[in-house]
Ligand binder design. Structure first.
Ligand SMILES: Cc1cc2nc3c(=O)[nH]c(=O)nc-3n(C[C@H](O)[C@H](O)[C@H](O)COP(=O)(O)O)c2cc1C
Length: 228
């Protein structure tokens, strides 16, 4: 399988969230060889979409000649698109959002009704693609926090998608938290294994991955204590 990882954290490899993503990919690689390419989005030259809609009218060419041309080619030839990003203001970080906006050339101006909503008709074939969102965040609570990012991801990718959200994710970069982060990463690796084998993750495993690693109050007290 050809896996394209879009790392939306400006911290690149030092990203808290990328610990989760790497564990998941390790689990996938336990099952079979996969071609994995990770792109640190912050290092790509991606101009903002200007909203001119030229790409939707002219068969898919954007007015900007930047890294997005190659990125779109790579998206179209991948089997799995992984969006790995930290929660920023209840959504995705701006560089990754800019990239998402620039996928507009994959759609035409034409609209079609699908169930209870409308979508643009594709002008490229990306029906083979599966989508995975892996999102870490700094607060211990998942509700009243991840919902906007999850809703956006599900609307952007209505089919063939899986969502992993992990609260308290700065703990992945704290060596002293290893007693709780290591078992969690082992579980994420198991999830990656399951996903590579069956295309799904057992609901119980997913629920545990998405739960806080230590009680909310304990986490907050450690964070507040570290602030001095
Ligand atoms: C600009 C900014 C906005 C943030 N917004 C949220 C938020 O809405 N909810 C939350 O729980 N954490 C928020 N955080 C915390 C990050 O999600 C958290 O530090 C995360 O672990 C960073 O992951 P990374 O190392 O993968 O970039 C925010 C951090 C920054 C810098």
């Amino acid at each position: 399988m050809k896996v394209l990882v879009l790392n939306g954290s400006p911290k690149r490899d030092a990203s808290d969230t990328m610990h989760i993503t790497r564990a998941f990919l390790d689990g996938m690689l336990d099952v079979a060889d996969h071609e994995v390419h990770t792109i640190h989005v912050i290092d790509s030259h991606i101009e903002y979409c200007t909203g001119c809609f030229a790409c939707m009218r002219n068969g898919g060419t954007c007015i900007h000649d930047d890294d997005m041309r190659e990125l779109l080619e790579e998206i179209l030839t991948s089997d799995l698109l992984v969006l790995s990003f930290p929660l920023y203001c209840y959504g995705m970080p701006a560089p990754l959002k800019a990239l998402m906006d620039r996928t507009l050339p994959l759609s035409s101006m034409a609209m079609q009704r699908v169930g209870e909503r409308y979508e643009h008709v594709g002008q490229a074939d990306f029906s083979q693609l599966r989508y995975l969102m892996i999102c870490g965040c700094g607060f211990p609570n998942s509700t009243h926090n991840f919902e906007p990012a999850i809703a956006q991801f599900k609307l952007m990718f209505p089919a063939n998608r899986t969502v992993i959200t992990v609260p308290e994710s700065p703990m992945f970069n704290a060596p002293e938290a290893a007693p709780v982060t290591e078992p969690r990463l082992a579980l994420v690796r198991r999830a990656g294994h399951q996903y590579a084998e069956n295309g799904t993750i057992e609901p119980g495993v997913l629920a545990e991955i998405c739960s806080p690693m230590i009680p909310e109050e304990a986490y907050v007290s450690i964070v507040n204590g570290a602030m001095g």
